[in-house]
Design a protein around this ligand. Sequence first.
Ligand SMILES: C[S@@+](CC[C@H](N)C(=O)[O-])C[C@H]1O[C@@H](n2cnc3c(N)ncnc32)[C@H](O)[C@@H]1O
Length: 376
Amino acid sequence: MADRFRYRLYDILKSYYLGSLKEDYFQDSSEKRLYRKIYFETFRHLGFIERALGKLYSRPPEADVRAALALGACQIMFMDDIPEYAAVNESVSLVTAQKRSFVNAVLRNLARQKESLMKDYTIRQDFPDWFVKRWEKRLGAELDAFLTDLNTKPSFYSVNPASMTIEKTEGEAEGHIMDLASFSVARLAGKTDPLSVLDCCAAPGGKTFVLSQTYPDARVFAVEKNKKRYEQLKASMMQYTNVDCICADILELDTEAEFDLVLLDAPCTALGTIKRHPEVRWLRTTKDIDDCSRRQKEMLEKAVKFTGKGSTIIYSVCSLEPEETTEVVEGFLKTHTDFTTVKPVCAEQFSDGNYFVSLPYKSDADGFFAAVLKKK
Ligand SMILES: C[S@@+](CC[C@H](N)C(=O)[O-])C[C@H]1O[C@@H](n2cnc3c(N)ncnc32)[C@H](O)[C@@H]1O
């Protein structure tokens, strides 16, 4: 059983080095808990691991060897509960026969030099340089606290669907488990009692669920473009009788209908979810931020088509990059003078002037941004 997870983990790392890794992460289960932990620790520390390994060979080896070395190095340097010999042997066994002596030699060398290598460790090396530079400009002296928190375990909250209250839970318990910021975003319009709600980008449906229960008198239309994700959305919304799921591209949706509340939880870089998905930091580039920003502006422009006098749009992203957040909203407000921002209805820790901002190291939640835009 263990082998299946070990090779899956190895394959994920290999595809990362080959440049073909999309978001991928281990779901939890008792058998693979250890491998999930190795997965998290490896992606959390990959920047430092790469630097340390780089001191031990003259040029980077092929993807399969790099993957085996990264997994072994992570266990040697960051997981004291795993014996060094076990970490080395496991990595050696992952590669083909002719590459084993190289992996063995590099990891044994690393284990010997561990103490001196670890003296150079800083939290900033666990993140791409472009990410560190951007956040240093924003946070200054608080940068290390922010980065350190991103490398800790994410929190889980459980929603009571009857009372729509939310409380912290240990691990991944049964029921409606959500991120606190994601839950809060769907409720930012407060007691506006909409009768019609459009959820433009709905799957997997966390916010659709919150909308349907927060506004039981409303009809909630949940749109999702991706067929597979739509099927999952439909299955999970089956029990909520005020929800209609629609498989469509919101940009091509043609309807005269006007909705009281439109939620645009737009596709984004997801850089706010690094605690839950440690690999995301290594998969994104500044070009992705610009591409997402362009698409978000286009989608917000489209969302207007579904509004009438007095309608509200909630624009949200699980990213804190200015191009995906304030720049989108401020550009929108300049060209849509019939809209104004309304103070979001949310807990103190998320309130940032007219915006909802969740900074993980202060909010115990994913990084999220949202704005509530009201049509006059
Ligand atoms: C950030 S996720 C939404 C998360 C969801 N609101 C929740 O709380 O569970 C964005 C979703 O939008 C979908 N999507 C992307 N472009 C879309 C489009 N043009 N029309 C409809 N859905 C789209 C993606 O497939 C993805 O499922």
